[in-house]
Design a protein around this ligand. Structure first.
Ligand SMILES: Cc1cc2nc3c(=O)[nH]c(=O)nc-3n(C[C@H](O)[C@H](O)[C@H](O)COP(=O)(O)OP(=O)(O)OC[C@H]3O[C@@H](n4cnc5c(N)ncnc54)[C@H](O)[C@@H]3O)c2cc1C
Length: 406
C-alpha cells in the first residue's frame, strides 16, 4: 500500500538499508491519504470512543444535520464493531488507550522531521498551531477537553471572544471560545507530501509497482523468503513484507491468521478554492465533527464519520452538511469547487495494528490509523522498520499488536 503510511514505512526501511518495492493497485497517495484535514494532530491522545458516547451517539444518528451517520443497510455488518467500540469507551479503557496513543504521539514529529528533511518537504509544512472552537453553550466541553489533555501535558490554552477574534478575524461571533493548540503542525497539501516522499523513495533506488496484492505465503524455494501473489497472476519475492493497505487490510490479515475487527469510518471533504486566506490555521468545531484547514488549494472542510463500508457510493448529503456547517462560522461567497470521500481504516479502540502476523513472522502490519494516519505515519513506519530489521523498536509495540483482539 502506497498511502502515507506505506510511503513513510518505505523510507524508514530504506534508511535501515533495505531494498524496497512499493506495491499499490492505485497511484501512490491517491487513497485516504489524499483528502484528509492536513493536520499533524499531536494532541490526539483521546480515543474516539469516550465515556459519554453511548448517550450522545443515538441522538446524533437521528438528526439529519449531524456529523455521524450509519447507512441502515450496513447496521448488521457494523454492529459487532460498534459493540467493541462501546466496550472501549469505559473510563479505565479510555485512560489506557490514551497512554498508548501518547507513546506514539510524543515522538511522532521527530520521526516526521527526519523524513521532511530527507525528502526536501519542509516547504509543505507549517507550524502555526490549530484551534478547537466552541459555541457559547459548549463551554463545558471546552473545559473538559482542556482538563483531559492537561493530564498528558498537551500544550493547550483557553481563549475567549476578543482574543480569539484577534487570532482568526474571519470567524464570526458564534465561535464564542476556543482552545489554542500551539504545537500542531499541518501540511499545505497531503497529496504533494506523498509525492515528495515518493520522489525521495525513487531517488534512493526504490521501485513502485502498480498491482493488487492477493495473498502472501512462504516461498517454496527458500523457507526464509515470502512470495506475494498479485491478482494479475504475477508474484514478487521478498524477505519481509509490510502490510500498509489501510481500510482494505482486514481480509489480507485474515489470510495471515489474524482476525482483526477493522472497519472504515468514511470521511468527507469539500474544498472552497477561493477562501484559503480566510483562516491562518486549521480550525476544528468538535461538535460538528470537522476541521476547516487553509491549504495550498484553498479552504478544505474535512471530517464527519459515516459507517457504510467500502463499497457504497458517497452520500451527497454529507457534502452539503460540511458546506453548510462551515458557513455557521465563516462567510463563504462561493460554492465548493470539489468534493471527496475517503476511508479511514478504523479499529474500535482507536489504535493502529503494528507488528508481526501470526502465521508468517516476516509479515509486519502497519494499518488501522483511523483519524490520525497522517500524524502517525512516520513513527509507525519507523517502528515497524526497526522491528523488521531486528532492532529494538524506539517505542514499545506491545499495546498495538494484532493479538490484542484474540
Ligand atoms: C476526512 C478525513 C480527515 C482526516 N484528517 C486527518 C488529519 O487531519 N490528520 C491525520 O493524522 N489523519 C487524518 N485522517 C486520517 C488519515 O487520512 C488516514 O488515517 C491515513 O490517510 C491512512 O493512511 P494509509 O496509508 O493507511 O491509507 P491509504 O492512504 O488509504 O492507503 C492505503 C493504500 O493501500 C492500497 N491497497 C489496499 N489494498 C491493496 C491491495 N490488496 N493491493 C495493493 N494495494 C492495496 C490502496 O490502494 C491505498 O492506496 C483523516 C481522514 C479523513 C477521511
Amino acid at each position: 500500500g502506497a498511502g502515507v503510511v506505506g510511503l513513510a514505512s518505505a523510507l524508514w526501511l530504506q534508511r535501515l538499508n533495505w531494498k524496497v518495492t512499493l506495491l499499490d493497485r492505485q497511484p501512490p497517495g491517491s487513497g485516504t491519504s489524499f483528502g484528509n484535514a492536513c493536520t499533524f494532530a499531536t494532541y490526539a491522545v483521546e480515543p474516539v470512543a469516550t465515556p459519554g458516547i453511548w448517550r450522545k451517539a443515538p441522538g446524533m444518528l437521528l438528526r439529519p444535520d449531524s456529523p455521524l451517520a450509519i447507512r441502515p443497510g450496513y447496521l448488521p455488518r457494523i454492529a459487532p464493531w460498534l459493540w467493541r467500540f462501546l466496550a472501549s469507551s469505559r473510563e479505565h479503557r479510555v485512560d489506557a488507550i490514551s497512554q498508548d496513543l501518547h507513546s506514539l504521539l510524543k515522538p511522532c514529529m521527530g520521526s516526521w522531521q527526519t523524513l521532511f528533511d530527507e525528502a526536501g518537504a519542509n516547504d509543505l509544512v507549517r507550524h502555526d498551531g490549530s484551534l478547537y472552537i466552541f459555541e457559547g453553550h459548549e463551554r463545558r466541553s471546552a473545559i473538559d477537553m482542556l482538563a483531559y489533555h492537561q493530564r498528558f501535558d498537551v500544550p493547550m490554552r483557553l481563549l475567549e471572544g476578543p482574543e480569539l477574534r484577534a487570532l482568526e478575524p474571519a470567524l464570526n461571533a458564534r465561535a464564542a471560545l476556543a482552545l489554542e493548540l500551539p504545537d500542531v503542525s499541518r501540511t499545505l497539501d497531503p497529496y504533494a507530501l506523498s509525492l515528495r516522499l515518493l520522489r525521495r523513495f525513487s531517488e534512493q533506488g526504490g521501485e513502485f509497482r502498480q498491482g493488487e496484492l492477493q495473498g502472501v505465503q512462504r516461498s517454496t524455494q527458500h523457507s526464509e523468503r515470502l512470495t506475494a501473489r498479485l491478482s494479475s497472476g504475477e508474484s514478487l519475492q521478498a524477505e519481509r513484507l509490510v502490510l500498509c493497505t489501510g481500510a482494505w487490510s482486514r481480509s489480507l490479515a485474515q489470510t495471515l491468521g489474524d482476525e482483526i475487527p477493522l472497519d472504515t469510518e468514511r470521511g468527507y471533504h469539500v474544498l472552497f478554492d477561493q477562501s484559503g486566506a480566510l483562516l491562518k490555521r486549521p480550525v476544528c468545531w468538535a461538535a460538528g465533527g470537522f476541521y476547516m484547514t487553509p491549504m495550498a488549494q484553498g479552504l478544505r472542510v474535512a471530517g464527519t464519520v459515516e459507517f457504510a463500508g467500502l463499497e457504497a457510493a458517497p452520500d451527497p448529503r454529507r457534502y452539503r452538511y460540511l458546506a453548510k456547517a462551515a458557513r455557521r462560522f465563516l462567510t463563504l461567497h462561493h460554492e465548493p469547487a470539489s468534493q471527496w470521500m475517503g476511508f479511514r481504516p478504523s479499529l474500535p479502540d482507536s489504535k493502529p495494528v503494528l507488528g508481526q502476523s501470526r502465521l508468517l513472522p516476516q509479515v509486519y502490519y502497519n494499518f488501522g490509523h483511523g483519524h490520525v494516519g497522517l500524524t502517525l505515519a512516520a513513527i509507525t513506519g519507523q517502528l515497524v522498520a526497526e522491528q523488521a530489521s531486528g532492532l529494538a523498536p524506539s517505542v514499545s509495540m506491545q499495546a498495538f499488536l494484532a493479538g490484542r483482539f484474540r
